[in-house]
Design a protein around this ligand. Structure first.
Ligand code: MN
Length: 226
């Protein structure tokens, strides 16, 4: 699996962080076009990585609440694009944050249903840091919980972060969700999470953020090694 992250290579300023330009994109409305572009790019790579490396390869993309909540816009264009490149919905995961589900209007519910009908999976990002209202976990079709990096950071045996992570994993599994730990940086964190039954991990221990072309080469060299 891979998570798509966006960076802006500016001709004069160099690499601009999303922390700087996403709020501007949201304020100006450009977030909609940016989101569409990111979706097409990510789908294109997912197509390639499924063909080349693994038939179940998935790419997840983050959706800003503003982008998700924009009125009157569904996912039709995404689904058209998937059809055009012959990619099934299950190749994509949409990451949303807890806050979105708290004041779930029919519009939000409707969009989640659209995704489910198209086979696109949904992940709850930064889980455990927001309101963590648990009732929405049974109310909506969520596929993955992503344990926030703030829990992973201080993982140690018998720590409260360990207890919370274990509880999140057990709860998620009982509800039929799978768990991704964010921010895994050390082998000890990985081992504690594995022992707690965590399904997936992401973070610097495995790979730093890198351009898609580099990720592609990494997959290729791993296949050669295998
Ligand atoms: Mn994310």
């Amino acid at each position: 699996k891979a998570e798509a992250l966006v960076r802006w290579q500016h001709p004069q300023r160099g690499l601009v962080s999303p922390v700087e330009f996403i709020p501007l994109a949201e304020a100006s409305g450009l977030i909609v076009e940016l989101g569409e572009w990111m979706f097409r790019e990510s789908a294109q790579w997912a197509r390639r990585w499924r063909d080349e490396y693994h038939p179940e390869f998935q790419v997840s993309i983050n959706q800003s609440p503003l982008e998700f909540q924009r009125e009157g816009q569904g996912y039709e264009r995404w689904f058209e694009h998937l059809e055009k490149i012959g990619l099934e919905g299950a190749a994509m995961v949409v990451e949303i944050t807890e806050g979105l589900l708290l004041d779930a209007s029919t519009d939000v519910t409707d969009k989640l249903l659209q995704l489910r009908d198209a086979g696109v999976q949904v992940a709850l990002d930064d889980f455990g840091t927001g309101y963590s209202s648990l009732s929405y976990l049974k109310k909506f079709d969520i596929d993955y919980l992503k344990i926030d990096r703030s829990f992973t950071r201080n993982l140690a045996p018998q720590s409260s972060d360990m207890a919370l992570s274990e509880a999140i994993i057990v709860m998620a599994h009982k509800l039929g969700l799978r768990v991704v730990a964010e921010g895994v940086e050390t082998a000890e964190q990985r081992d504690l999470l594995l022992a707690a039954g965590c399904d997936y991990g992401q973070g610097y221990l495995f790979a730093r953020p890198m351009p898609a072309e580099e990720f592609d080469s990494m997959l290729r060299s791993q296949r050669t090694l295998a």
